[in-house]
Write a protein that binds this ligand. Structure first.
Ligand code: ADP
Ligand code: NA
Length: 328
């Protein structure tokens, strides 16, 4: 039997991915390659919903692709590509926008959050229609499952609604995708403020994958913990130590319970020193692999061109069928 198809996308963020992206999403992308037919996309179209400098966007997109490859996305097994290389995404998006109610799009909490932080002249229509483009991303590939975090659940629900709406109005065309709440993910908190999610918008306690690993070790050494001494997983009362245990577990595959036992009687300093070393051992060869991809632009271009060709072969068939049904 054919493997179920999975689709996931990530925006090309400036500089580098952070530890939360890895343990919360990308590590799962890598393991899904074993069981699924995976389509992974650097979603540069989505990233211009907020204005971006062209040269930075171009560099960040290549940088993101190099990091995905260096983390273990295998371009022979999975289809890794850049969204803007496959025009069908924008072409299907228009049709889906026309099937989306204005009120329906207005209820998207991410739009409400992001738009409330800016004045109306700076909120683009693209930010508003973003979920229709995301639906196009998913539906073009006959996607069975989409790994989603809590933050994207509402958007995925809209993708399902749009697939069903199209199918009932024009005839069965799209696979209705299922949300997949991944096993292999964790929510990672800021090292300096372990009650808020690690995010690049809070620069102090974020482990950036392309930063000097020595800096990473230092950030771990100065992570906020508490005034007790015991190394115990208790996110309510010991958010800092619990976060370190979750990160440690995610990076090594050792369970949190196993780590608690191993560190019985040890101090926070030991835990931090060892976790710092784990991250240094991970980041050093990772950064070398990223540099190899970035130092060989022709090879990276070739990989992304092949990925786009494979993606387009699927996407163009779906688009042709959808356009036929619509009357184009
Ligand atoms: P977000 O706007 O949610 O921070 P990003 O583009 O930064 O999204 O992250 C991309 C992916 O990484 C998403 O799947 C998101 O859920 C995940 N992610 C980001 N930060 C964290 C975190 N601190 N813990 C777990 N997952 C995270
Ligand atoms: Na973010």
């Amino acid at each position: 039997a054919a493997r179920p198809r999975v689709f996931s996308g990530i925006q090309p963020t400036a500089g580098s991915f952070q530890l939360g992206n890895y343990l919360g999403a990308l590590r799962n992308w890598i393991s899904l390659q074993e069981t699924h037919d995976a389509f992974y996309c650097v979603v540069d179209l989505h990233s211009i919903t907020i204005a971006k400098d062209p040269e930075e966007l171009r560099a960040n997109t290549r940088n993101a692709a190099a990091q995905l490859l260096a983390l273990g996305i295998d371009p022979e097994r999975s289809t890794l590509f850049v969204q803007s290389h496959v025009a069908e995404h924008a072409q299907l998006s228009w049709v889906l926008e026309c099937l989306t109610g204005f009120g329906e799009a207005s209820r998207m909490t991410q739009f409400k959050d992001k738009s409330s932080r800016q004045d109306d002249e700076h909120v683009s229509v693209g930010l508003f229609t973003y979920p229709a483009l995301m639906a196009a991303d998913i539906l073009l590939y006959g996607t069975d499952v989409v790994p989603v975090g809590e933050d994207q659940r509402q958007h995925l629900e809209l993708s399902r609604t749009l697939a069903q709406r199209f199918n009932s109005r024009f005839g069965s065309t799209f696979v209705v995708p299922e949300a997949h709440i991944p096993q292999d993910t964790a929510r990672i908190f800021d090292l300096q403020d372990p009650t808020s999610k690690m995010s690049k918008s809070i620069p102090s306690g974020v482990v950036e994958f392309m930063e000097d690993p020595k800096r990473t070790a230092k950030k771990v050494r100065s992570a906020v913990t508490d005034n007790e001494r015991d190394i115990r997983y208790d996110p309510e009362n010991k958010p800092g130590v619990s976060n370190l245990l979750v990160i440690y577990s995610g990076m090594t595959g050792r369970s949190v319970a196993e780590l608690e036992t191993a560190y019985e009687g040890s101090g926070y300093g030991d835990l931090k020193k060892d976790l710092g070393a784990v991250l240094v051992d991970f980041l050093t060869p990772f950064q070398q692999r990223v540099a190899e991809y970035l130092d060989d632009p022709a090879e990276l271009d070739k990989i992304l061109r092949r990925g786009a060709e494979r993606a387009r072969a699927v996407a163009s068939r779906t688009l042709r069928e959808a356009y036929d049904r619509v009357g184009f």
